[in-house]
Design a protein around this ligand. Structure first.
Ligand SMILES: NC(=O)c1ccc[n+]([C@@H]2O[C@H](COP(=O)([O-])OP(=O)(O)OC[C@H]3O[C@@H](n4cnc5c(N)ncnc54)[C@H](OP(=O)(O)O)[C@@H]3O)[C@@H](O)[C@H]2O)c1
Length: 271
């Protein structure tokens, strides 16, 4: 049987969320996961839970079947150069790093091994991530194994690598966009008379219910809107006023501004 050992290089926000999620969903036992950071002082409690913790990336990688890269973009070259001597072709490298493409990663590697790019979001900490995955032709055979890993942490979608920047904005930055909607809806509720905690509860559960209706009914948002909007009623009047004020347009323009920025940032890194 293949080794299930996983090395998480860069146990920060994302790395720790993935580690905890995999253990919680019984995809790995704590002793099968090695977490690395340059400064491991804050990881003592995880050692107590059974995780392997080290500041030596090479030691972590040497024993792993899956290597998850979760460092910041500026740290990837150092990390890959450090682990180069111990990489083996039967390992799989999964990079969560924003804006660093597969070609850039493979150009640093001295050993040819499968490389998968993954773009999750922060809801991975509670098993509700939207994770987009991409691989080049020679690594596609390893996608099912990686999809299985991320499937337990939310929804997964395999995409072409050229859509990775769009996936970052739509899925990962998207969390922030929805948060802003929740904040605005909560403020409106307070203005109508609710305490802020009550208003937030109503906003959050309503958003969750609305998203679930589209997901579970496999319907279109407009179909669900039709069910709420009675002719000459309050909902359609509110919706139309939002559109007169540019609601959809503001959202699309915001998303496209983020997309232009991420494209510009990636171009800067490649130059
Ligand atoms: N957060 C998200 O929602 C999200 C979503 C999708 C993708 N991403 C991507 O995931 C990556 C990590 O994001 P994050 O939010 O988790 O960042 P983060 O909290 O800053 O975590 C990065 C971690 O890497 C460690 N690190 C830095 N250099 C290292 C080295 N040479 N060896 C081992 N560990 C090292 C840092 O700890 P030390 O300083 O102690 O070494 C830190 O704990 C980024 O590239 C980001 O673009 C994040």
């Amino acid at each position: 049987m293949e080794s299930r050992k996983i090395a998480i290089i860069g146990a920060g926000n994302l790395g720790l969320a993935i580690a905890n999620g995999l253990v919680e969903k019984k995809q790995a036992k704590t002793h099968e996961i090695t977490l690395t950071r340059r400064n491991t002082d804050g990881l003592q409690h995880l050692m107590d839970e059974g995780f392997q913790v080290t500041n030596e990336n090479s030691a972590a990688v040497a024993n792993a079947r899956l290597i998850l890269l979760c460092v910041l973009p500026g740290q990837i070259t150092n990390v890959l150069e450090e682990v180069n001597p111990v990489l083996k072709p039967n390992q799989v490298l999964i990079s969560m790093i924003t804006g660093v493409d597969i070609k850039a990663i493979s150009s640093i590697l001295e050993t040819k091994l499968p490389i998968i790019r993954a773009m999750p979001n922060t809801a991975i900490a509670i098993g509700q991530s939207m994770t987009c995955l991409a691989a080049e032709a020679d690594s596609k055979a390893y996608l099912p194994e990686v999809v299985k890993l991320f499937d337990v942490l939310g929804e997964t979608l395999v995409i072409e690598e050229k859509l990775m920047q769009a996936a970052t904005v739509h899925g990962a930055s998207g969390t922030a966009f929805f948060m802003r909607y929740l904040r605005a809806a909560t403020q409106a509720g307070v203005q109508m008379g609710f305490e802020s905690n009550e208003s937030q509860l109503i906003a959050v559960q309503t958003a969750k219910g609305a998203a679930s209706l589209v997901q579970m009914n496999e319907s279109h948002p407009e179909v669900e809107i039709d069910k709420v909007t009675t002719p000459q009623g309050c909902t359609i009047e509110g919706l139309n006023e939002m559109e007169h004020q540019g609601f959809s347009s503001a959202l699309i323009k915001g998303v496209m501004t983020s997309f232009r920025r991420i494209t510009q940032m990636k171009k800067g890194r490649n130059e």
